[in-house]
Design a protein around this ligand. Sequence first.
Ligand SMILES: NC(=O)c1ccc[n+]([C@@H]2O[C@H](COP(=O)([O-])OP(=O)(O)OC[C@H]3O[C@@H](n4cnc5c(N)ncnc54)[C@H](O)[C@@H]3O)[C@@H](O)[C@H]2O)c1
Length: 333
Amino acid sequence: MKILVTGAAGFLGSHLAEKLSLLKHEIVGMDNFIGGYKDNIPKNIDFHDFDCCDLKKMNEVMRNVDVVYHCAATAHEGLSVFSPYEIGKNNFLASSSVFSAAISNNVKRIIFCSSMARYGRQQTPFNESMPSKPVDPYGIAKVASEDLLKTLCDLNNIEWVIAVPHNIIGSRQKYDDPFRNVVSIMINRILQNQAPIIYGDGEQKRCFSYIDDCLSCLIPMLDQKNLNREIINIGPDEEFVTINELSEICANVTGSNLTPIYKKDRPQEVKHATCSADKARKLLNYKTKTDLKTGVEKTYEYIKKRGTRPFNYHIDIEIKNDLTPETWTKKQI
Ligand SMILES: NC(=O)c1ccc[n+]([C@@H]2O[C@H](COP(=O)([O-])OP(=O)(O)OC[C@H]3O[C@@H](n4cnc5c(N)ncnc54)[C@H](O)[C@@H]3O)[C@@H](O)[C@H]2O)c1
């Protein structure tokens, strides 16, 4: 099959493009490098450097494509409260362009990477039958993109699948981004002898999935018949962890004894965000193969090997006021 992967220089998109190419599919990739790394791009794919919002170019790369995996996004949930324009553009507007080109080029199926941010502050664990109730611009843009996808695909009789990953870790994740990717930030800091930073009391509860476990769900979404028109959480639900515990795991894995630094809560951060994997178990035979500690170890090995990097404040903070974390305004990370 000919498959377009957006965000192919990013963490998830690059792994996905590589895996699909190993399965002998013809892969077209694209990215504008607002995130990701150039050396993430897999060999043997036809890669294009442009912005998703460029509809003309999107239509060009979409020719004869059978299936689209839309992974490109600025997945900056915390920052989105302070940079709603930039995060909105790279989520909703970017998705509109991808879906428009995909539909006008008659693709068979579109797989959209949404986010757990779609659930907002509901009772945990979140399951797919809950209504979407996002509480920040990132989640709002993801839900709007989901609605757009469903509306356009149903109208044009095109298959869609919505994947809802949560907190993925592993190699190729951007670790010099001060705005997101907590495990990679903690490790990049510890390797530079700087203590992990924790927002609020650190009792926020999360679940992390290792990249390979996430891929094992995304691959069957390519053509498995019974997944058409389904929204599916992907990731584990057996190892919930607080940010305090996560920081301890990072300390153990790296052999660090640095004491975490606590900062004010981030506005709109959801306290407990964990998902049920029941539907993934049922439809995708999902099993967690890599536990959290092993996932953190593998992420550590990647960052250590590639070398630590100074943090790069690559996205402008649009709203700077008393609510904006000083870790960002004062570049403390
Ligand atoms: N990583 C996670 O924990 C996680 C969790 C839930 C959902 N997701 C979703 O999975 C997808 C991939 O996330 P990721 O962690 O790999 O992020 P990533 O930042 O590593 O990759 C995204 C890529 O998209 C590119 N991009 C962003 N805006 C673009 C635009 N306008 N035009 C072209 N390229 C653009 C970036 O340059 C980047 O390389 C995203 O849609 C994200 O919302 C990720």
